[in-house]
Design a protein around this ligand. Structure first.
Ligand SMILES: NC(=O)c1ccc[n+]([C@@H]2O[C@H](COP(=O)([O-])OP(=O)(O)OC[C@H]3O[C@@H](n4cnc5c(N)ncnc54)[C@H](O)[C@@H]3O)[C@@H](O)[C@H]2O)c1
Length: 253
């Protein structure tokens, strides 16, 4: 299997798209450490993977707390004997919802929280993973942005700004880490039906984007997992500093 020699941390693995990433990486043979703030659901996802013949451990953490995040990554590396990659997926959306309003009305604390959860946690994840990756002189870091960066979607300026910051961050650390053959890429999902029990209103919100796409249908977590598996595999060994927009061709960059 393509990822048989890989040991990968996925954050925000208990729900939505992060769960789909974890299940796909495990199905391609990777050992996967699921890091999430929701301990119960995280355990259930890990159990499901292990029952299906995959290899997963669930580790409860809060990616906003560097000491806890680093200790969770260290625990994952210890459990698997190494670490080959991380997917910094935890962010705002459903479990930690975004207030959708015009930019003047964004609650002050939520602006800061958006940067804390969507941007600073990725920095923390990279800092926690890099010592383990450096030890092997290789590794793959994937951070998660959003197609909203390229589309300028109204009513969530704090979310879009926090995700957009990851482009510059990624390009910078790709240059800093390249000498150690550690790759850093950004994946930007389009509006994805990741909600577990979506209301009709949510489905309608997700469907509204369909008309902007070259490929005119709903996006689901399954549409994103192949790109993540590719970036965690040796098939992408010479790819770094790049931004992958996986949104059915809604935006171009
Ligand atoms: N769904 C979309 O349309 C879409 C589009 C573009 C980008 N994204 C991004 O993709 C990622 C996943 O999105 P989703 O729709 O699955 O979101 P989601 O809200 O359904 O899932 C987020 C996961 O992160 C976990 N989490 C939240 N705060 C945490 C913390 N402090 N520490 C550890 N774990 C924490 C949650 O428990 C959950 O498992 C996010 O970064 C999101 O911003 C989503």
């Amino acid at each position: 299997m393509r990822l048989a020699d890989k040991a990968i941390v996925v954050t925000g693995a208990a729900h939505g798209i992060g769960r789909a990433y974890s299940e796909r990486l495990a199905s391609e043979g990777a050992s996967v450490a699921l890091l999430d703030i929701d301990a119960k659901r995280n355990e259930e996802v890990a159990e499901g993977i292990n029952k299906d013949g995959g290899k997963a451990v669930a580790i409860t953490t809060d990616v906003r707390d560097f000491a806890r995040f680093r200790s969770a990554v260290d625990q994952a590396a210890k459990a698997f004997g190494k670490l080959t990659g991380i997917v910094n997926n935890a962010g705002m959306l459903n479990v930690v919802p975004i207030t959708r309003c015009n930019f003047e009305d964004i609650p002050d604390a939520e602006w800061d929280e958006s940067f804390r959860l969507n941007t600073k946690s990725a920095w923390y994840g990279c800092k926690a993973a890099v010592p383990h990756l450096r030890a092997n002189k290789s590794g793959s870091i994937v951070n998660i942005g959003s197609s909203t960066i390229f589309r300028g979607v109204p009513t969530r300026a704090h979310y879009v700004a926090a995700k957009a910051a990851l482009i510059g961050f990624n390009r910078t650390i790709a240059r800093e880490l390249g000498a150690d053959y550690i790759r850093v890429n950004l994946v930007c999902p389009g509006s994805t039906l990741s909600e577990e029990n979506p209301s009709q209103e949510t489905v309608a919100m997700r469907e509204a984007v369909v008309k902007t796409r070259c490929l005119p249908r709903l996006e689901r977590p399954a549409d994103l997992v192949g790109t993540i598996a590719f970036l965690q595999s040796d098939d992408s060994a010479f790819t770094t500093g790049q931004t992958f927009l996986v949104d059915g061709g809604s935006a171009f960059h």
